[in-house]
Design a protein around this ligand. Structure first.
Ligand code: PLP
Length: 440
């Protein structure tokens, strides 16, 4: 494969990317297998972030590829409005089987953003369907990422993603972020400090009244803003308070689902069952876009009141439960089971934790956090140029060290595929240490 010319790079406006710089200095990936990418020159590049937190089974895994290829040749599309095809039902059943409690019904979307929109709409519609139509407010959290749709910008807690679109947001309140460096620096797993921050929900309820609040949506572990594990007791408290006030609890498990925290869902790891779980990414190991919301039986049942000819929920996407995505999801979930990848993720966690925390004391490292197979390393920013430090580190890691890393602001996040070996963990952390020492 030959390198792309400047002209060929022009048309594509890359998302969440400084395009002008990228097109001067492109980072092009042309192949992938297992733990590695390849570029045009055939260089092997380690994937330290499972794509964008999605390729949990590793890249181009044969059973998933086969399922997608066969489905493309036999059922390229079938409508799921008023009709259906077997793989969508099978995928829904497999996903629901991984979810805790009575979360038995799956509404399909095509991304994490659509999953968040779907969950929020179901929550508001459910309250209305049972006669509490005043419950429309959503409670999110500072430093939350729920994608870039309606729910993502309204309930999300990233200023840069919201500020230009404020006029488009729906009424939302925000819990404080659970991270506090002074209290939690270099904590391993769930921090001890911070469980009390869930009590802030009581203040929001006092201010707005429970009768106006439909749902609280949180990532059990905030991923995109730098791996913020929930403080001990925090999720349990949110569950208690929401239950007391008739508010639905939504876990956005777009990152934490499918083994990232050593279980099917983080809800299982933390022993807290929400009313709705959103998922995407790992459901197909990133191979075909798919997302969705898994809802509690009582929510689903509320909509199933007939009459026979009337649609029960006015929501859905042309590609909800698309045959290729559904086939990929079934093959992926089977692969997770057959290779015991959730258990493997849990077994690797202690080694991963020790490896990332060995970076403590390396120049420019200000804090390190980890849980499951996710970790973040906060770097000292360049004065007056927020984000530049990690951006430069990312480029050096790619061009000089053959490692793709994910950055958020001045934070480096590691979230390797669940098939990672200890040697891959050593490679990503060792090379990051070399780059930081050279940059200091
Ligand atoms: N929710 C969470 C927790 C995420 O981490 C992401 C993406 O990283 C999303 C939602 C949005 O997913 P997508 O980019 O597929 O729309």
């Amino acid at each position: 494969m030959t390198a792309l010319s400047t002209n060929q790079l022009e048309a594509f406006w890359l998302p969440f990317t400084p395009n002008t710089e990228f097109k001067r200095n492109p980072r092009i990936i042309t192949g992938a297998e297992g733990m590695y990418y390849r570029d045009q020159a055939g260089r092997k590049i380690l994937d330290s972030s499972a794509g964008l937190w999605c390729s949990n089974a590793g890249h181009c895994r044969a059973p998933i590829v086969k399922a997608i290829q066969e489905t493309a040749a036999t059922l390229d599309f079938a409508p799921n409005f008023q009709f259906g095809h077997p793989k969508a039902f099978e995928a829904a059943a497999k996903i629901a089987a991984l979810a805790p409690g009575n979360l038995n019904h799956v509404f399909f979307a095509n991304s994490g953003s659509e999953a968040a929109d779907t969950a929020v709409k179901i929550a508001v519609a459910w309250h209305r369907a049972r006669g509490e139509g005043t419950r429309t407010r959503i409670v999110g959290r500072e430093r939350a990422y729920h994608g870039v749709g309606m729910a993502g910008i309204s309930a999300g807690g990233i200023g840069t993603n919201r500020r230009w679109f404020d006029a488009l947001t729906f009424p939302a309140s925000h819990l404080p972020a659970t991270y506090n460096r002074a209290e939690q620096a270099f904590s391993k797993g769930q921090p001890v400090w911070g469980g009390h921050l869930a009590d802030e929900l009581e203040k929001i309820i006092t201010l707005h009244d429970a009768s106006t609040i439909a749902a609280v949506i949180v990532e059990p572990m905030a991923g995109s803003t730098g791996v913020l594990p929930p403080p001990k007791g925090y999720l349990e408290k949110l569950r208690t308070i929401t239950e007391q006030h008739g508010i639905l609890l939504i876990f956005d498990e777009v990152i934490t689902g499918f083994g990232r925290l050593g279980a099917g869902f983080a809800a299982e790891r933390f022993g807290v069952t929400p009313d709705i779980i959103t998922f995407a990414k790992g459901v197909t190991s990133g191979t075909v876009p798919m997302g969705g919301a898994i809802v509690d039986r009582r929510i689903y049942d509320q909509f199933m009141t007939g009459p026979d000819h009337a649609i029960d929920m006015f929501h859905g996407y042309t590609y909800s439960g698309h045959p290729l995505a559904a086939a990929a999801a079934c093959a992926t979930i089977d692969l997770y089971r057959d290779e015991g990848l959730f258990e493997r993720s849990a077994a690797l966690e202690p080694y991963f934790e020790q490896a990332v925390h060995s970076l403590r004391g390396t120049p420019l490292v200000q804090d390190i956090r980890n849980i499951g197979l996710a970790a973040a390393i906060d770097l000292e920013p360049v004065t007056g140029a927020p984000g530049k430090r990690a951006f430069d580190v990312m480029k050096t890691m790619f061009f000089d060290k053959d490692v793709v890393i994910r950055i958020a602001g001045d934070c480096v996040a590691f979230s390797p595929p669940l098939i990672a070996e200890q040697s891959h963990i050593d490679e990503m952390t060792g090379k990051l240490a070399e780059v930081l020492k050279a940059a200091a």
